[in-house]
Design a protein around this ligand. Structure first.
Ligand code: HEM
Length: 449
């Protein structure tokens, strides 16, 4: 265990220990995992009440993937405006340094090095393309988390297809290194994708147990990159504060993230290994979808029908016909009339590994709520009374999107009963490189290779 692991008071080992215990208990291939937070049944796992827990930044994998989910996310996709690959490398180098510092509770940049409580004035930064210096008094930082603990901050970086080729142009001499798996996602039935909520050359996923800590991280990185990269779209997300051992409920009121890869499935299904390009080893592909839920429509449905749509009981989270959340899905179970207990077009049946040639993805999504816009036209126009711009920021990691998200969603998008309540309005795919050790930066093997 490295120093940061020790300081965090929790570790991936503890995380895997707890999920392994669950796997043994359920006997199932998938287990209650990160998004379900059932792993918090291990008292060593989870945030410290005072937010002082630190998630390790350096390592074989980037944080924010296998990390037990924090309560908040600030997700941002960036467009690059520079024409130089060296600028892109400089951004990633500066971002890596800043992210590692912030995850330890330090200011984003060292200038007047010190903890966030540093109050020394800053000096003008003359580096070309870099933003104005942060406010005096914050010490290499804009200062809104001064005096705060790290709240398990993780920052995860990813590269979109357009980093390699954009509008047919190979801006950075990387086109030949674009992995085949990093193709644009195909269009799916029902997609209502908004261009300004989709895509991006780079992404930053900042997760923390405090929303201001997560936003602060992205804000610093945007400031550091300004002049060479700008935020294209961003989305905040949250999870409820549930007791240890319980899965978090999504905005539909159902426990979400119950079935996720077991520890022994991380290598075959989540981490990119020897089969991928060298710069992606230890990394993962991230599919991000902004999925708007017609909450008013959903709320007008009887609970019994909602349960048929999902395929699980609302209160307990157990598969239909069972009484334990951790009970394995029995897709063959029939009622006394010979009908399947879990309907043919229930969400869990259509998305289960057993229905998709063994496809497994690590779901690590967050609910989102962008408020209500009564001045805008009702959206979508064919539904009345849809007022909340709220839903799920679906974030899923996998070894290969073609045998992960694309395979599963090909079926789900066509047949899922849930589709009458949800609309995909944003979409992006990113290749998240492996982690780094001190002295390296995330993505170095690609950008300097
Ligand atoms: C707003 C959209 C969505 C909502 C509200 C939602 C909700 C849920 C819920 C409540 C469960 C059951 C509990 C669990 O095992 O976590 C579930 C399972 C699952 N969902 Fe979704 N989901 C959504 C979209 C998607 C999408 C787009 C995909 C991928 C294409 C997906 C993939 C899965 C998978 C793989 C499972 C586990 C199935 C199993 O093995 O039992 N979901 N989802």
């Amino acid at each position: 265990m490295n120093t940061e692991d020790r300081r965090s008071g929790r570790s991936r080992r503890a995380f895997f220990k707890s999920t392994a215990a669950l796997a043994a208990a359920t006997g199932a291939g998938l287990v209650a995992g990160p998004a379900g937070q059932a792993l918090a049944a291990d008292p060593a796992v989870g945030g410290h009440a005072d937010g002082s827990a630190i998630e390790p930044f350096w390592g074989v994998h980037q944080g924010g993937i296998a990390t037990p989910p924090q309560r908040h996310v600030y997700f941002a996709a960036f467009d690059l405006s520079t024409s130089q690959r060296s600028d892109v490398a400089a951004i990633l180098e500066a971002w890596t340094a800043a992210a590692s510092r912030m995850s330890r509770g330090e200011t984003a940049e060292p200038r007047e090095a010190g903890l966030r409580t540093a109050t020394s004035p800053t000096t003008e930064d003359s580096r070309p393309g870099y933003a104005a210096p942060p406010a005096p008094g914050a010490g290499g930082d804009t200062g809104e988390v001064m005096g705060m603990t790290p709240h398990r901050l993780t920052v995860t970086f990813g590269f979109g297809p357009s980093l390699f080729v954009k509008d047919g142009k190979d801006r950075y001499g990387l086109a030949a290194r674009r992995p085949e798996a990093l193709a644009d996602l195909p269009p799916f039935p029902g997609d209502q994708l908004v261009e300004t909520h989709s895509g991006g050359d780079l992404c930053v996923q900042a997760c923390a147990d405090d929303p201001q800590v997560a936003f602060h991280a992205v804000r610093q990185l945007a400031r550091i990159a300004s002049g060479s990269a700008q935020i294209r779209w961003a989305q905040t997300g949250f999870l409820p504060d549930v007791p240890p051992g319980q899965a978090a409920r999504n905005l539909m009121g159902f426990k979400d993230g119950i079935m996720n890869p077991a520890p022994h499935q991380m290598d075959p299904f989540v981490w990119i290994g020897a089969g991928g390009p060298d710069w992606l080893r230890g990394g993962s592909y991230l599919v991000a979808r902004r999925i708007r839920i017609a909450l008013e429509h959903w709320d007008s449905m009887r609970v019994a029908f909602q349960e048929q749509v999902v395929g699980r009981h609302k209160l307990s989270g157990a598969p239909l016909g069972q009484n334990r959340e951790s009970a394995p899905l029995d897709l063959d179970a029939k009622d006394q009339d010979g009908n399947p207990i879990i309907p043919e077009n229930a969400h869990v049946r259509l998305s289960a590994a057993a229905a998709n040639g063994g496809a497994v993805i690590l779901r690590r999504g967050y609910s989102y709520n962008n408020g209500v816009d009564l001045t805008a036209e009702r959206w979508p126009p064919w539904r009345e009374g849809l007022e909340y711009d709220a839903g799920l920021l679906f974030l899923a990691f996998q070894q290969d999107p073609r045998t992960g998200f694309i395979r599963i969603f090909d079926k789900v998008s066509r047949f899922d009963m849930m589709n009458q309540f949800v609309t995909h309005v944003g979409s992006a795919l990113f290749a998240c490189p492996g982690g780094a050790t001190p002295g390296e930066f995330i993505g170095q093997r690609l950008l300097e290779g």
